[in-house]
Design a protein around this ligand. Sequence first.
Ligand SMILES: C[S@@+](CC[C@H](N)C(=O)[O-])C[C@H]1O[C@@H](n2cnc3c(N)ncnc32)[C@H](O)[C@@H]1O
Length: 558
Amino acid sequence: MPLVSASSSLSPAPPTSGARTIYKYRVRVSDVSKILCHRHHNGTEEYLVRWNVAEGSATNKRTICSWHCLGELSKCLHHVQEYLETLPKSQPAASRSAPFATIPAVGSGSGSGSRKRKFSRDSDTPVSSSGVLTLRDSGYLSREPSVISIDSSSAASEAAPIQTPTVYNGILQRKEGSIVAKKSRDPAVQLTDARTLPNQAMLSDAARASVTAAEYAIQAAFQAKLQSVKNVEWENHVDNTAPSLNFTFVSDFVLGEGVYRPEADAHVGCETCRPNMGQNIGCEYPRLCACLEYAAVDENRLQPGDQARYVQYQKDQEDDGYLADSHGLPKRFPYQRSKDPQVPSTLMKFYLESRYPIYECNLNCNCGPICKSRVVQKGRRVPLVIFKTANERGWGVYCKEQLVKGEFIDTYIGEVLTNEATGRREMLSAEDRASYLYSLDKFIGDDPDNDLTNETCYVVDGQYMGGPTRFINHSCEPNCRQYTVSYNKHDLRIYDLAFFAVEDIPPRTELTFDYMDKDEEEEEIVRKKRKKDAADPKNHDKRPCNCGARKCRGYLWE
Ligand SMILES: C[S@@+](CC[C@H](N)C(=O)[O-])C[C@H]1O[C@@H](n2cnc3c(N)ncnc32)[C@H](O)[C@@H]1O
């Protein structure tokens, strides 16, 4: 039976500077395979790290584990966060004490008068310290008996014959990218069965030990990530968790391998428009603006002489969809602008109620920055808050201010991946995990000269990189909707996924959109379908929807 050392650590005192502990060496992210357990040792919260041992290296037969305080793990807190997510939620209060009071769920008017406690930097608790991990490219890596080594070759097999105990003295070294441990000659090192780590004794200790310091450290780390993001906050009045530390805020699409996007200076602009035409609002003439080449035709402005062209246009639409030739016909501008500069531009009723793509002006247009056809490209103006939902939907988003019907909120950004890269990611991820994939499939089938298909279109993945909209949840009766917005009418592969309010939304009301973008149906019809679907075993693997709407269809995806 393979045995491991499970003795306690004898940590050297950490170097200190004033009141705060300075950790000169930190565990590198790439060195950690997983966090296995936690404990309180000499008053310090510690985590059992399983080290990454390079595949195929001479040392990879031995997986090495060692206990570390949070100060040493500050570069790998996402591993600690992943570990905390595996802990039962019903842990005793001592283990999962809630620093924030639970308050009513966010909703229209629900919290307007209540003082909600928000996570702030003031509440950062310095992580506890109990030792320093000396981590260098060569040389000593850890303190003595806190190290455990497991002979993973035999640990993998239940039927493996009992082996000579493998005991190390806890001196970890890095050699050619691998972590290795030297053998222990210390008789005080106790031996423990290595086949299952954490072992029962460790689990019993863990059940009694709180994880509060880790929770605070993770909250502080997420808060630090938000520092550079303007007008976005987060709060949690439900439990002690923070959004994933594996997520990075970015401000634009991040192009993955094999993804091509034309540079902005290659976009075709409207050269005939001018900033000072007519009412001095940039583009104004619906027959003139070249950016509207593929925009929706405005039937209200058709002249008797347009009829033949319009009939031809309708025929072309059957083959070419949104790209039908509308040359010479009057088109619809996307936004209406109020005379009051305090009132935001809003999406025209026609676009709000249709799925027609929206075309904005671009860098190469002559209309200038005042043009009314520039809204989404100017970015988010409204203050958003990422908050923990109370009913198993993870994190959600609300706006701190009132939003008016047709107001732009923000775009969905993330890594833009090819279909193959997306497939590889899906293979690696657990089936029940949240999905952040958004296909850029709007123009499939619209251009006979273009080979755009479900297999060749790009996909936006907001799981690891994105903006606050990546946290917006689904509702079968949503208050927002996603629209296609393009600044480059000839690029059918990359465009903006822009969220607009489809109704007036009071402050602090959760923002939602329909992940399936379905048309609304009568409540009675939806209710009957839901009942039928629930009885069908085919649907039992589907992800249940917790939107709570009267017209809830029962599932997130078909
Ligand atoms: C784009 S993410 C939204 C943010 C997510 N709640 C989070 O915490 O990161 C989509 C995931 O959120 C969850 N979700 C969103 N809307 C939901 C709903 N109405 N009911 C249940 N789960 C929902 C599902 O796990 C879904 O895969």
